[in-house]
Ligand binder design. Structure first.
Ligand SMILES: *Cc1c(COP(=O)(O)O)cnc(C)c1O
Length: 450
């Protein structure tokens, strides 16, 4: 089911308007800026607004954006201003979230490999922590005991931290369509496996001994996971929260972090499914999830930004090889890493434009759209019917607002392209702002010891 209001924000006319303006302003230039990312900030604002409205007022929800989906600090700042929190999973993302101005209480720290120092910092600042495994739980025990010793003279609230502390569980429901994106398989590296012998009883006991454990966390997976699988994961987490509270005879689990993972439609401009449909599905699987019994945190990433971004690149050369038309462009594995290495799981739409940004309308010809990297698999589209591309044309890789151009791969020392934020006024005037400036050769040399 598509969301018509959101779908109306995307489409070829708006992309063409933005591309033409970018060429006019020199943000795309055949000599100086052959590759750039664009993020439509109006569309982002509408998507975040729709996310907030999708959840009912009966429940307290913090929507924590998954920083790995697009960790550019100005993007995080924008999402903070739109009312989101931030989910981080590395020291770099932690620093980016703080730099973007998120209150520590609105940051959620997930990672399967949190160091002692990172955990101590999170507990000190009051950042929420989701513990991944039994060893990490023991480590948090030690850190809280140390805090208690340090605080004993200062406060009666010894050992307390403002952090909301939870445990990540794996309901072991199985995989979605993309194995690498499925975190709730029987042998997943994430969380405590609920169906493994003794684990549920051990979790109940862990909560009994630790009154400071108040949350459960579950993230079933990302792209490729059906909504029913995600909702089943939330249902299993709610059932565990109720069991813990029942067995302890107290309301100790007060909140559930239900993760992110809403899949994105990469096939056309429809926003389907949307967050509202997911909320309906959650209601069907867990009727009283929104009763107010539990506070909620979500961690959506891809579904917040993917469709609001595209990546544009010039065609430098064209050729045929074995009868196949090939366009060599500047967009390849460095900006579309997943698509290049796993093309069947991550197909991207590609559109053809002339050098001014105007859409090309020629007869479709099957073409490979290749990147600049020096390996044969560096193709963003294979045998794709498109108007015949020529040198000096532009191609656009659609739905790349998350996990693509913001997250480059430094193969062949290809420089990181600029990413521009875009807003369009009601009179059609296009305004750009820099979200990330292009990496220069000097930056590259500095990074590589030159
Ligand atoms: C990656 C990740 C997310 C975000 O997933 P999306 O598919 O981008 O919504 C949320 N939570 C955790 C723990 C993750 O690892």
């Amino acid at each position: 089911m598509a969301n018509p209001q959101l779908t109306a924000l995307y489409g070829p006319e708006r992309r063409e308007l933005i591309l033409r303006a970018a060429v006019r302003e020199g943000l795309l230039d055949p000599d100086d800026a052959q590759l750039a990312g664009f993020l439509d900030l109006d569309a982002v604002a509408a998507t975040v607004d729709a996310l907030h409205r999708a959840f009912p007022d009966s429940v307290e929800v913090l929507h924590a954006f998954a920083a790995k989906a697009n960790s550019l600090v100005p993007v995080l700042e924008r999402l903070r201003a739109l009312g989101m929190g931030c989910e981080v999973a590395s020291p770099g993302e932690f620093a980016q979230a703080l730099a973007a101005g998120f209150e520590p209480g609105r940051i959620v720290f997930d990672s399967p490999a949190k160091t002692r120092r990172e955990l101590a910092r999170a507990l000190e600042l009051g950042v929420a922590v989701n513990i991944d495994n039994w060893q990490e739980l023991a480590r948090v025990d030690e850190l809280l005991t140390a805090r208690q010793a340090g605080q004993a003279e200062r406060t009666r609230q010894a050992g307390q931290t403002r952090s909301r502390i939870g445990v990540r569980v794996n309901p072991q429901l199985g995989a979605g369509a993309i194995g690498a994106m499925s975190t709730a398989t029987a042998t997943s590296k994430f969380g405590i496996a609920l169906a493994d012998e003794g684990n549920t009883a051990r979790l109940v006991a862990a909560f009994r001994e630790r009154p400071w454990l108040g949350w459960l966390h579950c993230h079933v997976g990302s792209q490729g996971c059906p909504l029913d699988l995600m909702a089943d994961g939330v249902a299993a987490t709610v059932a565990l929260a109720r069991r813990i509270n029942r067995e302890l005879g107290r309301r100790q689990v007060v909140g559930l972090d239900i993760g992110g993972g809403l899949p994105v439609n990469f096939a056309d401009d429809r926003v389907a499914p949307d967050h509202r449909e997911y909320v309906e599905r959650l209601r069907a699987h867990v009727p009283d999830l929104f009763s107010g019994e539990f506070r909620l945190v979500t961690e959506f990433g891809r579904s917040v930004l993917a469709k609001s971004g595209f990546t544009a690149a010039y065609v430098e050369y064209t050729k045929t090889s074995g009868g196949r038309a090939i366009a060599i462009t500047f967009a390849g594995a460095q900006v579309a890493t997943r698509t290049v290495f796993a093309p069947d799981s991550w197909p991207l739409r590609v559109t053809a434009h002339d050098g001014t940004g105007a859409a090309k309308h020629g007869e479709p010809v099957e073409q490979d759209v290749a990147g600049p990297a020096c390996f044969a698999g560096d193709l963003v589209a294979r045998a794709r019917p498109l108007p015949l591309l020529e040198p000096g044309d532009l191609v656009a890789l659609l739905d790349t607002g998350a996990y693509y151009t913001s997250t480059p791969f430094s193969y062949n020392s290809l420089l990181e392209p600029a990413v521009h934020g875009v807003t369009v006024a009601s009179d059609g005037a296009v305004r750009f702002e820099t979200l990330r400036r292009a990496q220069t050769v000097e930056d590259l040399l500095g990074r590589t010891g030159g």
